[in-house]
Design a protein around this ligand. Structure first.
Ligand code: ADP
Ligand code: TRP
Length: 332
């Protein structure tokens, strides 16, 4: 076992979809086989947008159950909720003292908000809270607290990782010492961008997602809504230009792909049949995970126990790191 640490967080802002699964969850779980893995639910980050307590609680359970159903083994992976580790917030305050305001001014999410205010003739600070403005500092605290070596994330997080490294370097330079581990981002989404129902990148923002875990009937309905062209049953079809086939490829073996591809090209196959084949194959693979998901969601106490155990282990590590930093900084 590689002693290096892999760490990542997912915000509880929605039920994970197939894009999240192939782009984030699956690769992170593969890394967990080689690295010491620390995966968490970034609920403080979600607070910037989710202000309904019930919704925040429900989404936290959904994301936790989804990770577990996808195969996260809490015996091997330290699995916890960010809000259960208050050391994160102490470190965040320490990091603030070393973070240039100018660095935060350059953060993409903040800049996008300012730009949209400018375009709409609003006050530039309209809708900008300090949670959004200092988002990269909190994320740096998540990462530096656990001495992460690698952070598997999507390309959209590149800048946040660079900022984390910047902040850590300023601190290390000041204390003439190696207080913090400089993390490296691993971009897992480069290999595979999963396309959504309409052929664009699958994303909550485009409303074109296939959620990982919904009841089978609803799942079938969603698969039936994959956008296809208007070719008739008898016409030969091009699998390479088809959203149904693109999704099929994610789940199918080479042989299965060859068989369906031939059905496309020979004609006589309607979209209903292609979608039926897609549903059957996806459902066969997702159903076992879905039943684990359903039983976890029906027994939230089991999720609580797992997260509590994770919180204890995480706090144990985090408090050691914080004690060390307090001494080095001159607080103790
Ligand atoms: P969304 O775009 O639906 O809001 P997030 O930004 O919350 O998704 O995604 C979390 C992570 O899941 C991303 O950083 C990325 O790595 C991965 N991901 C999201 N959508 C896709 C996709 N369509 N294909 C591959 N990976 C994806
Ligand atoms: N910002 C990440 C996202 O939007 C979530 C996140 C919070 C995270 N803290 C992190 C990811 C620490 C990796 C490491 O997807």
């Amino acid at each position: 076992m590689n002693q290096k640490v892999s760490l990542t967080g997912i915000k509880p802002t929605g039920m994970p979809h197939l894009g999240n699964y192939f782009g984030a969850i699956k690769p992170a779980l593969e890394l967990a086989e080689k690295y010491r893995a620390r995966y968490f639910i970034a609920d403080y980050h979600a607070l910037n947008t989710i202000r309904d307590p019930k919704m925040l609680r429900d989404l936290t359970y959904e994301v936790a159950a989804a990770w577990l159903a996808c195969g996260l083994n809490p015996e091997d992976v330290l699995f916890y909720r960010q809000s259960d580790v208050p050391e994160t917030f102490e470190l965040s305050t320490i990091l603030m003292a070393f973070t240039a305001k100018g660095l935060m001014n350059r953060a993409h999410a903040y800049k996008a908000m300012v730009q949209s205010n400018e375009e709409n003739g609003k006050d530039l600070d309209f809708g900008v809270n300090m949670g959004l403005y200092t988002y990269p500092v909190l994320m740096a605290a998540d990462i530096l607290l656990f001495d992460a070596d690698v952070v598997p994330v999507g390309k959209d997080q590149k800048q946040h990782l660079e900022m984390t490294a910047d902040i850590a370097q300023v601190i290390n330079a000041n204390y003439n010492n190696k207080l913090l581990t400089i993390p490296e981002a691993i971009f897992h989404s480069t290999g595979q961008v999963v396309q959504g129902l309409d052929g664009r990148k699958m994303s909550k923002s485009y409303n074109n997602t296939i959620p990982l875990f919904v009841p089978e009937k609803k799942f079938r309905k969603i698969i039936n809504s994959v956008v296809t062209n208007s070719q008739g049953v008898e016409e030969p079809k091009d699998p390479e230009a088809c959203n149904v086939f693109a999704l099929y490829q994610l789940f199918a073996t080479e042989e299965e792909q060859a068989v369906l591809s031939a059905r496309y090209r020979e004609g006589g196959m309607g979209w209903g049949e292609a979608k039926g084949a897609l549903f059957e194959l996806m459902n066969e693979q997702i159903a076992p995970m879905r039943s684990v998901y359903d039983s976890l969601i029906a027994d939230k106490g089991a999720i609580d126990l797992i997260l509590q155990a994770g919180a204890e282990k995480a706090r144990d590590l985090a408090s050691k790191k914080i004690s060390f930093l307090r001494k080095e900084i001159g607080f103790a």
